[in-house]
Design a protein around this ligand. Structure first.
Ligand code: CP
Length: 309
């Protein structure tokens, strides 16, 4: 039985090194089977519920694809207006109800901490598919998987994370995983959108090489990977402040040509204007391959949590 069987996936800092290695290796195995034209039925007879109380394209659809590629079934709330949350039902009551229908639950919610609250209400495995400005652990897992595939290894890399590091939950999850591989982290943001201090302090106390600043072009000159993020409009109380900051960074081909040769460009997507469309043709532009990697990673997670790997 897998060491992950029956567990929740809520935060990357709660995933052990052994669990991380297992998830990455099972994902690679599943991907090889699919690439070879094989079929998998590990999750046959099981049901995944995807409860999304915030918009999503990649996370929800790749979870659902993953479950279907493993022979399982999916039930979904894709729009909270169509669920009884709109009538005032509590999150705990919704979870206890869905637990009667599904064997695993993936939840996205606008409130930080909601995934933990959801997991506390039920016995079935719960996966945090993004909780407000908190974490997005499955995104970070597919990000690490992508860097491994694009660069062969994470050892010795310098990775720049750029954009809205205050509100971006993907980077809050990713830094904990990158630090484990000894990656040098360069955190680039406008001063008001810096990575929360408690996260950088925890990383530094753990021995990570973390440097913060606001000059993206300089950071790209010394980076093997740049991970660009969107300024998170939905997290701003003041629309004028969002308007002031939304164009802070735009990666275009002149910037890529000035960067370290061969730099890998990533983005969790959706992008707004942070990466110019002209960059899509650059061979190191990995963001759509990155999105596709969500399927094998989520297949691995679902199978491991269900004890069906
Ligand atoms: N990366 C990501 O979480 O995308 P979605 O919001 O489309 O799920």
């Amino acid at each position: 039985m897998s060491i992950l069987c029956g567990k929740d996936i809520l935060r990357t800092d709660l995933i052990s090194d052994e669990e991380l290695g297992l998830i990455l290796s099972v994902a690679a195995r599943f991907e090889r089977v699919l690439d070879g034209g094989g079929r998998l039925n590990n999750m046959e007879g099981l049901v995944l519920a995807t409860l999304f109380f915030e918009p999503s394209t990649r996370t929800r659809l790749s979870f659902e694809t993953a479950m279907q590629r493993l022979g399982g079934s999916v039930i979904t709330v894709a729009d909270p207006k169509t669920s009884s949350a709109a009538k005032g039902e509590s999150l705990a009551d919704s979870m206890r109800t869905v637990e009667g229908y599904a064997d695993l639950i993936a939840i996205r919610h606008p409130r930080k901490g909601a995934a933990q609250e959801a997991a506390d209400a039920v016995q079935v495995p719960v996966i945090n598919a993004g909780d407000g400005t908190g974490q997005h652990p499955t995104q970070a897992l597919l990000d690490v998987y992508t860097i491994q595939k694009e660069r062969d290894s994470l050892e010795g890399l310098t990775v720049t994370l750029a954009g809205d590091l205050k509100n971006g939950r993907t980077v809050h999850s990713l830094v904990y995983l990158l630090a484990r591989f000894g990656v040098r982290l360069r955190l680039i943001s406008p001063p008001s959108l810096e990575m929360p201090a408690e996260i950088t302090e925890e990383l530094r106390q753990g021995g990570a090489d973390v440097d913060a600043g606001d000059d993206l072009a300089a950071a790209m000159g010394e980076s093997d990977v740049v991970y660009v993020t969107r300024i998170q409009r939905e997290r701003f109380e003041d629309p004028a402040e969002y308007e002031r900051l939304k164009g802070s960074y735009v990666v275009d081909m002149p910037m890529v040509r000035q960067a370290k040769p061969g730099i890998t460009i990533m983005h969790p997507l959706p992008r707004v204007s942070e990466i110019a469309p002209e960059v899509d043709a650059y061979e190191g532009a990995a963001y759509f391959r990155q999105a596709a990697n969500g399927v094998p990673i989520r297949m691995a997670l679902l199978a491991l949590l269900a004890g069906r790997e």
